[in-house]
Design a protein around this ligand. Structure first.
Ligand code: HSE
Length: 434
């Protein structure tokens, strides 16, 4: 294996869990990478927030560290920029500066892409550079490139994903061990999955950013995180999980991106849902991620693997680095952003799905009739009803509906909670995956 002559100089922004792994893999596999690219990759500098931290364990030449990220990305001897700092600023400004200076960018920054993907792609096109971000969604799983490139000739209709490992771990513990939400969250924190402040994961912000990116790519339309209907998992109870089990289902936090109606609009939502245990996504355990894609010609595809972690995320980053480096060597760029379809995002009220509703009711004549009437009043059709007696004069009533709009269901639930005979609406959860 000969070492080719040309050299491409890489600026690395961030040297945390992912950045240090990227540097390690760049170094460990340098000969193979050079042979695959046709040019040697060389670290030009590593921007960090604090220069005084001991980074000897990274194996990076200490003279490469700098606190001047803006200066590093603007340097003439830098060809490619890898951004693994995260957050909106200064990441956005650094990426824009890099692109203005003719450098291609690889980033793992889902929040930024979900917020501003359109503007960043526009800048990349204007300056004739690449912008790649496979690591931003579902870590190591090859997903964005298959959607952008392998399925570019097909018509994607739906993307259904478990794209947050922390919440999947929590829900899996609740399902398999009967653990309550708070205890499962503590376990996730102890294992290092959940952050000390778990809001981004637990409240669905992380999954919503990923859903926006997926929907934009799948449906060739600009979708931002603010367009995504988002519900987290903190209200999921052990009773919900047990109820799902009783009907052969499991609760998962799903990111759902779909073409709606006649395909003229896009639906994007993140919420907990019950899915049948027979669905491929139901078997995704622990902190793993999986994304189920439905396309007109390809049919159903499933992408599965680790969605986080230093080495897996660095694998996705390095894959992008090799791609953009090959483009540099060949004097080309890859496909840019594709927004030509420009489909608007449909409101959540018009979303059609099935629902599982659990009620605590009086157990006496006429109660079932009153409850059924409330569903009928809002044109929501009932699929199944299950009743279990609770104590001498109460009952749990579990109702699963046929497809109904979110709007109609919300009105039904409001009506149910006003009925004298309904003591409490215990849970309302969507049912997906059939
Ligand atoms: N915190 C995310 C997760 C990983 O738990 O899946 C980074 O996106």
């Amino acid at each position: 294996m000969s070492t080719p002559g040309p050299v491409l100089r890489v600026a690395l922004l961030g040297c945390g869990v992912v950045g240090s792994e990227v540097a390690r893999q760049l170094n460990d596999h340098s000969t193979d990478l050079a042979a695959r690219i046709g040019a040697r990759l060389e670290l030009a500098g590593v921007a960090v927030r604090r220069l005084d931290r001991d980074r000897s364990d990274t194996g990076i030449d200490p003279s490469l560290f700098t606190a001047d990220a803006a200066g590093l990305v603007a340097r003439d001897d830098v060809d490619l920029v890898i951004e693994v700092v995260g957050g909106i600023e200064p990441a956005r400004s650094l990426i824009l500066t890099a692109m203005e200076r003719g450098k291609s960018v690889v980033t793992a920054n889902k929040a930024l892409l979900a917020d501003d993907g359109y503007a960043l792609h526009t800048a990349a096109d204007k300056h004739g550079v690449d912008l790649y971000y496979e690591a931003a969604v579902a870590g190591a799983i090859p997903l964005l490139r298959p959607l952008r490139e392998s399925l570019a000739g097909d018509h994607i209709t739906r993307v259904l994903g478990i794209v947050n490992g922390t919440t999947n771990y929590i829900l899996d513990q609740m399902d398999s061990q009967g653990t309550g939400f708070a205890e499962a969250l503590e376990e996730a924190q102890a294992l290092g999955y959940a952050e000390a402040d778990p809001t981004a994961d637990v409240d669905g912000f992380d999954a919503a950013a990923k859903a926006a990116i997926l929907a934009g790519i799948a449906f060739h339309s600009p979708v931002s995180a603010a367009d995504v209907h988002r519900e987290g998992i903190s209200d999921v109870t052990t009773a919900d999980v047990a109820s799902a089990k009783a009907m052969g289902a499991v609760v998962k936090l799903l990111a759902i991106c779909e073409l709606t109606g006649d395909g003229s609009t896009v639906g994007v939502r993140v919420h907990p849902a019950m899915i049948p245990r027979s669905h491929p996504l139901a078997g995704v355990r622990g902190a793993y991620n999986a994304v189920f894609v439905e396309a007109a010609a390809a049919g159903q595809l499933m992408f599965y693997g680790p969605g986080a972690g230093g080495a897996p995320t660095a694998s996705a980053v390095l894959g992008d680095v090799v791609t953009v480096a090959r483009h540099r060597v060949g004097g080309v760029t890859g496909p840019g952003g594709s927004w030509y379809a420009d489909r608007p995002v449909r409101s959540m009220g018009q979303t059609v799905t099935r629902y599982h509703i659990s009620l605590d009711v009086d157990d006496r004549p006429g109660v079932l009739a009153a409850v059924a009437t409330e569903f009928a009043r809002h044109d929501v059709s009932i699929e199944t009803v299950r009743q279990r007696t609770e104590g001498p004069d109460g009952a749990d009533l579990v109702i699963v509906t046929h497809q109904a709009t979110d709007e109609a269901l919300t009105a039904t639930v409001n009506g149910l909670s006003q009925l004298d005979t309904v003591r409490e609406v215990m849970s309302v959860m969507r049912v997906e995956g059939e």
